[in-house]
Design a protein around this ligand. Structure first.
Ligand SMILES: [Zn+2]
Length: 355
């Protein structure tokens, strides 16, 4: 939880100034100016009070976009990590753009299962999720720092986007091809918070093309697919569509909106498009099974293909894949997590009933 009680914030800030070891693991402090997350004893220069945010867990700081500090190393030091875990984290830190695989861990005589267990226990996330968040927060920060130059080119009509290969390279690990169409298109990305955690919203000039919780599985694959399908580069920023989506999502969470108006841009196969269209016909507050969806599409045998297209939906909530449940009424897979799916369905049922 983000700590908002003024007295607690004052106590924590004093502990931060005093480098008080009793507060290690009690709070994680995000420094807004640098997007770095620290523990109380950090030796780095202390930030001004107006520039800090306190969280009670490390995961929340990471979810809010902060990266672990290289000086105080919150991951290793907040809950004394065994040497194998420390080693694994140092591999991530030294390769911030690449995934550290189980095979690589084993090469370093580290047990992948041990590392996974430790992360689950202390931070409520897998090592895999930790790595992904670390990479994404890093990439986003780089996109943000390139924003001034980017915005300039953006406003100049995208004529000189050649310098932006570097951000692309950093987010997906390879240079865009040297052709003009590739570099003429731009996808803007922004993050905002919701009661279920922060989300990314992306939009092209045609509409919203992605809306996902920041810890969603396969998020980097979605970024990669979008850039390929739209022949575009992702840059940090907003446009009218991202702003409209944020506004509508806020209204949805406060129970004031059941139908979305924002325009969508959903590149995909014709079949995927039809499945995504069909999802949008499931009314607010109701659910359907994959089988029912397949029948609605006149493809009663294509249940698995329907499920797969559902899984490829990049626009959470607005294209309501959370309204699809198993045949027996059970909740089934949701890339944003089953707890969120349950929450969304209950939320909708509450407000649909009130109508
Ligand atoms: Zn620090």
């Amino acid at each position: 939880m983000q700590v908002t009680d003024p007295e607690t914030v004052a106590t924590y800030y004093q502990a931060l100034i005093d480098r008080n070891p009793r507060f290690v693991g009690i709070f994680f402090v995000g420094v807004k100016t640098t997007s770095i997350c620290c523990i109380a004893t950090c030796r780095a220069r202390k930030p001004k009070r107006e520039n800090v945010v306190f969280y009670t867990t490390f995961k929340e700081a990471l979810d809010a976009g902060y990266r672990p500090c290289k000086v105080c190393r919150p991951t290793e030091n907040a809950n004394e990590a065994p040497s194998q875990v420390q080693h694994a984290i140092s591999l991530v830190r030294n390769n911030p753009k690449r995934k550290v695989t189980d095979w690589q861990l084993k090469q370093h005589k580290i047990s992948p299962e041990g590392v996974r267990r430790w992360f689950k226990k202390h931070y409520g996330m897998t090592f895999h999720t930790f790595q992904r968040m670390y990479r994404i927060n890093n990439a986003l920060e780089e996109l943000k720092s390139g924003k001034t130059a980017t915005t300039t080119a953006y406003e100049a009509g995208y004529n000189s986007l050649s310098g932006f290969g570097y951000t692309y390279k950093k987010i997906i690990g390879q240079s865009p091809k040297n052709n003009n169409t590739m570099q003429n298109n731009v996808i803007v990305i922004n993050r905002f918070t919701t009661p279920l955690g922060p989300m990314f919203v992306c939009a092209t000039e045609q509409g919203v093309c992605l809306l996902e919780f920041v810890d969603r599985r396969m998020l980097e694959t979605e970024f990669k697919d979008l850039q390929r399908l739209k022949k575009a580069t992702i840059i940090a920023g907003e446009n009218g569509y991202t702003q409209q989506a944020q506004r509508e999502i806020n209204e949805y969470f406060s129970g004031k909106r059941q139908i979305f108006d924002v325009k969508l841009d959903t590149p995909g196969t014709a079949f995927q498009q039809s499945v995504w269209q069909c999802l949008q016909t499931i009314p607010y507050g109701q659910t359907a099974s994959y089988q029912q969806q397949a029948e609605k599409l006149n493809k009663p045998k294509a249940v698995r293909a329907v499920a797969s297209a559902n899984g490829h939906n990049r626009i959470a909530i607005i294209i309501p894949c959370h309204r699809v449940i198993g045949k027996d009424g059970k909740l089934v897979g949701y890339a944003g997590g089953l707890e969120r799916k349950q929450w969304l369905l209950e939320h909708e049922q509450k407000f649909a009933a009130a109508q």
